[in-house]
Design a protein. Structure first.
Length: 256
């Protein structure tokens, strides 16, 4: 089976955010050979860190998403899917946070949502053969990208039926995402992958487990629509997240 392909869309402009960024799109093995078939889609933040060590935040360290997806799909573990990486910008902290915090800033996640749902998603659905229902649409990221994925996934569960939150910044604004989840009643409930490394800093594990407990209290069930993992010894970096790509793809997009 031929490997998946990467295609870059440079300088994708957003009128909502008044900036531009590159998008990088992975199409799975077999995409070109099956012109009638439509595929699930996963939207990931921090796109420059996903596929290529030359563009990543720490040079040489990326998530190896392409190779990992190729292997998992070719092995019959993961359903063939399209993966859209959206590069971050200088406004990353603003765009990936739901609320404003003195000294740190932030608070433009609702506008980022308009960019993603109103601009990126329609563009991808025009350019690629994607399934657009929530059960075939995921959102994901790490750190602040994990935070914004949880926020938008819970807020827009009729759009995003799957969430990958790797080492999410639950601490932001005195754990505002925990309070948001307590008040949210998403229907349908999205399927959520949630994880944290034990060497990411003090209280970080407690924060994420507090968030997990809110989900459990609201009816999510371990192994069914929630996977929580405390990764022993894992730090807060690309190398740690790369090791979790295969497992979260298997949980969120299992081959049927």
């Amino acid at each position: 089976m031929n490997p998946g392909q990467l295609r870059k869309h440079e300088k994708f402009r957003s009128r909502f955010l008044r900036n531009q960024r590159d998008l990088i799109v992975y199409t799975p093995p077999g995409y070109d050979e099956q012109p009638e078939r439509r595929f699930p889609v996963l939207y990931l933040h921090d796109g420059q860190n996903l596929f290529d060590g030359a563009t990543s935040f720490i040079p040489g360290q990326d998530w190896h998403v392409g190779q990992t997806a190729d292997y998992a799909i070719s092995s019959g573990l993961v359903a063939p899917l399209i993966i859209v990486g959206m590069y971050n910008t200088k406004a990353r902290i603003r765009e990936y946070t739901p609320t404003h915090v003195p000294r740190l800033g932030g608070g433009r996640a609702d506008r980022y949502e308009k960019f993603l749902v109103g601009e990126v998603k329609p563009f991808i659905e025009r350019e690629y053969r994607v399934l657009s229902d929530p059960w075939n649409t995921g959102i994901g990221g790490s750190s602040l990208g994990g935070l914004v994925s949880l926020y938008l996934g819970l807020k827009d569960s009729r759009i995003f039926g799957k969430i990958a939150a790797l080492s999410p910044s639950v601490w932001w604004n005195q754990r505002v995402i925990v309070r948001f989840a307590e008040a949210a009643s998403p229907e349908p409930r999205p399927r959520i992958w949630l994880d944290i490394g034990t060497r990411e800093g003090p209280r970080i594990v407690d924060d994420v487990e507090k968030f997990r407990d809110v989900l459990l209290a609201k009816g999510w069930q371990h192994g069914r629509d929630l996977h929580y993992e405390r990764v022993e010894g894992a730090e807060h970096n690309e190398a740690a997240w790369a090791a979790r790509v295969g497992p979260f793809l298997r949980f969120l997009f299992p081959a049927t």
